[in-house]
Design a protein around this ligand. Structure first.
Ligand code: ADP
Length: 489
């Protein structure tokens, strides 16, 4: 199959969260399965062109933006360790900035930037004479591509047999704009916007709805999330539209790239280890504490280390964690290491804890890939009490590193973490249901009770290491969904 992928993020070039990892790992796996994949993303100002050998081409594409046209030079690189071509759109106006979505606040011209990206994907394919069987767009940033396919490009022989597949990674961000600003940019008559039209939700233009309605198949990033967005308030208003699509909405669990996230091969961690050599995991913890928490000597190394790597947003459950965390830290029950950035109130909170409990709290605000690997390898437990979690990759990485996840049972967390049962010795982590501090506290206590308890401590970690959430399985499921989508064209 020829697969044209467009997204706002891709690892390792430009990453804000799990979306980037999934776009890269799926593309790599499809290529290994023998499919031809090209990826179109913006050439953001922060991409390290030299490090990744990204070079300019002579191709300049013309992108229709309503009444006028805009231009982009294409730059080209490959996803490291693969044969997948990535085309970067150079546009000084739209993309030559430090951020993907914004600095702290979202950029005010995101509607233009993402309309441009969604439309440019087709023009890149035209310039390369690439005839896609599948257009695969991710989240609201590139959802307009699904509309462009059906409105403009299906009349072009290059795309007349192309099916559009839309993957929802996060319903919490929908791309709502004033119809009068976005429709002219899309080249769509504002008269096409009316109550009940495919562009409208709650009286305003909604990019998420556009993706859902114009796609041949819609996928969500885990089976549980696919149900939650259809049947619960996690659908954020999109429930009726998803339900109108019937069987065209599918849940496909994300997979992980075990060439990047594998303690046996990972050269970003202090010492590599296997499931038969979990004492070396302990060395990772000690070396991490020595490096990042010089005052640690007041507490023994035996005190468990709870780690967290996440965007610091409400979604990640920090407001519930806040209600119990300090009491554990005060009592010295565990150490806590967090890496993340996001809302100021959460950043301030973690800074406060770090100041007050400097011998047991390690806080790194910002984005740091190497440190994320180190924290996951060094921690005994991973904390992920998410309010909602479409899939979540961090808990899958943690499992592979023998780091026991403590998670809320929602979305992909329910699909990937199984409660540990001392009687059967089955299970990989600890889950709670109610989004409240009481339930989280009970679960933390359950988790702490297996720490270094023979034989459970080794069994639960080994169970996690052996759980398989590889991207290859996920990629094959997408290919099946693509085949179903093609039946509709
Ligand atoms: P989401 O997509 O909601 O952000 P996921 O768990 O699916 O959550 O994916 C998050 C990804 O981003 C993981 O690969 C995680 O390691 C990474 N990540 C999150 N915050 C940071 C950070 N501050 N520094 C480095 N990596 C981070």
């Amino acid at each position: 199959m020829n697969i044209l992928v467009t997204a706002a993020e891709i690892t390792p070039f430009a990453k804000a969260g799990g979306l980037a990892d999934v776009v890269a790992s799926l593309s790599k796996e499809w290529s290994l399965l023998g499919h031809n994949v090209i990826v179109v993303i913006p050439k953001y100002g922060m991409i390290d062109l030299t490090l990744y050998s990204i070079t300019p081409t002579n191709i300049i594409i013309e992108v229709p933006m309503g009444y006028w046209k805009e231009y982009a030079r294409l730059w080209k690189g490959k996803i490291p360790g693969s044969d997948v071509d990535v085309y970067f759109l150079e546009s000084a106006d739209y993309f030559d900035r430090r951020g993907i979505y914004g600095d702290r606040e979202g950029y005010t011209d995101n509607h233009k930037r993402f309309t441009f990206l969604s439309r440019a994907a087709f023009e890149v394919a035209k310039a390369l004479n690439f005839k896609p069987d599948i257009l695969h767009a991710h989240d609201y940033h590139t959802s307009l591509a699904l509309a462009f396919l059906k409105i403009f490009y299906k009349y072009d022989p290059l795309f007349s047999k192309t099916a559009g597949v839309y993957t929802i990674h996060n319903m919490g961000y929908q791309g709502q704009y004033l119809p009068s600003t976005i429709l002219p940019l899309m080249g769509v008559n504002t008269r096409d916007f009316y109550a009940g039209s495919w562009y409208e939700h709650d009286g305003i233009f909604n990019s998420m709805k556009v993706g859902i309605m114009f796609a041949d198949k819609v996928t969500a990033v885990s089976p549980t999330y696919a149900k939650e967005i259809r049947w619960t308030s996690l659908g954020e208003g999109m429930q009726p539209y998803l339900n109108s699509k019937g069987g065209d909405v599918i849940g496909i669990l994300n997979g992980t790239d075990y060439t990047e996230w594998n303690p046996e091969l990972d050269d970003l961690i202090y010492k590599q280890y296997t499931q038969n050599d979990l004492e070396t995991k302990e060395h990772n913890k000690q070396l991490f504490l020595k490096e990042h928490c010089p005052q640690q000597k007041t507490l023994s190394y035996d005190v468990p280390l709870v780690g967290m790597v996440a965007r610091l947003t409400k979604q990640k459950g920090i407001d519930v964690l806040e209600q119990i965390l300090e009491s554990y830290l005060y009592a010295g029950v565990f150490r806590f290491a967090v890496l993340g950035s996001g809302e100021k109130r959460f950043e301030d909170y973690f800074r406060y804890l770090e100041r007050k409990y400097s011998d047991r709290v390690i806080v790194h605000l910002g984005y740091n890939n190497a440190l994320s690997h180190k924290i996951i390898a060094a921690s005994d437990f991973l904390m992920m009490p998410s309010l909602y979690e479409p899939c979540g990759l961090t808990q899958m990485y943690a499992l592979k590193y023998g780091t026991v996840p403590i998670v809320r049972s929602t979305g992909g967390l329910s699909d990937t973490v199984l409660e540990y049962n001392r009687n059967t010795s089955q299970g990989t982590g600890f889950l709670f249901y109610g989004y409240n501090a009481h339930d989280l506290g009970l679960t933390v206590n359950r988790a702490l009770s297996v720490y270094k308890t023979h034989p459970h401590w080794n069994i639960i970690r080994t169970n996690g290491i052996n759980a398989d959430f590889s991207a290859s399985r996920s990629a094959e499921e997408y290919i099946k969904a693509f085949q179903w989508a093609l039946e509709k064209v």
